[in-house]
Design a protein around this ligand. Sequence first.
Ligand code: ZN
Length: 300
Amino acid sequence: MGRLIRAISRDGGIVLCALDSTDMVEKARRIHSTTPTASAALGRMLTGASLMGCMLKNAGDSVTLRVNGGGLIGTVLAVSDYMGNARGYCSDPAADLPLNAETNKLNVGGAVGTDGYFGVIRDSGEGEPYSGQIPIVSGEIGEEITSYYARSEQIPTACALGVLVDTDGSIKKAGGYLLQLLPGALDEEIDALEQNISSAQSVTKLLDDGMSVQQIVNTVLSGFEPEILDDYNVSYLCSCSRERTERALISLGEKELLELIEEDGGAQIVCNFCRAEYDFSASQLKQLINNSTVDKPPLI
Ligand code: ZN
């Protein structure tokens, strides 16, 4: 279980979400067999989605992040519910690069690339989903989230994301925080906050030193007397099911389903997010066609 805390400064000017996503990112690594570079890229997207999910207002809301900068890893996508439970995938989990020579860190920006867009879709389950996108800044994901909020939602934001991969390829620590200024924040508050952020070490370093999420909140909001608004256990959670897979198959249409029956003698659908396999025999597919046509008027 990961831990996610949402806190607000005493005067109400700053909201902060902080997350230990180590277990979530490790589960993603096991499902997708990601290389260290891909673990870091997908892990940062999952952590970012979870933090943005926690900022959603209503039960049933979800947020989807998608990036493709033309790099080796292809598309990286992550979805979170409003309580920060996330799931995701990338096109090429085997993509790997040497460490970034400048920072000596996993080269997420290099793997993602910078020739493309970072997109956000917010879905409340009713009506048209909201979507916005920005050109990729560095491909490191944290900067994309910061830029997205500044450009698309005009909310001053700071976002720190990190994934620390162990020598055996497993996830040693992963986490991050998302901090937003609400209207009315004072200049001296912003200066103090910037001081806090620049003097704090990276989130993964803090977690690796044994700091709890609560202590990270207290460190980033030092001097602002943070009050806890939410304290969630979050995990890597997929919402797929046989029923949903049936609905997806039905939506392909009768012609497509008949082709599957004739050419493949059935279908196997693999969930992109958790790799669960759903097998459908020819007779089960025929049943789906029959069920889907029951309500339709006769063709005459
Ligand atoms: Zn699934």
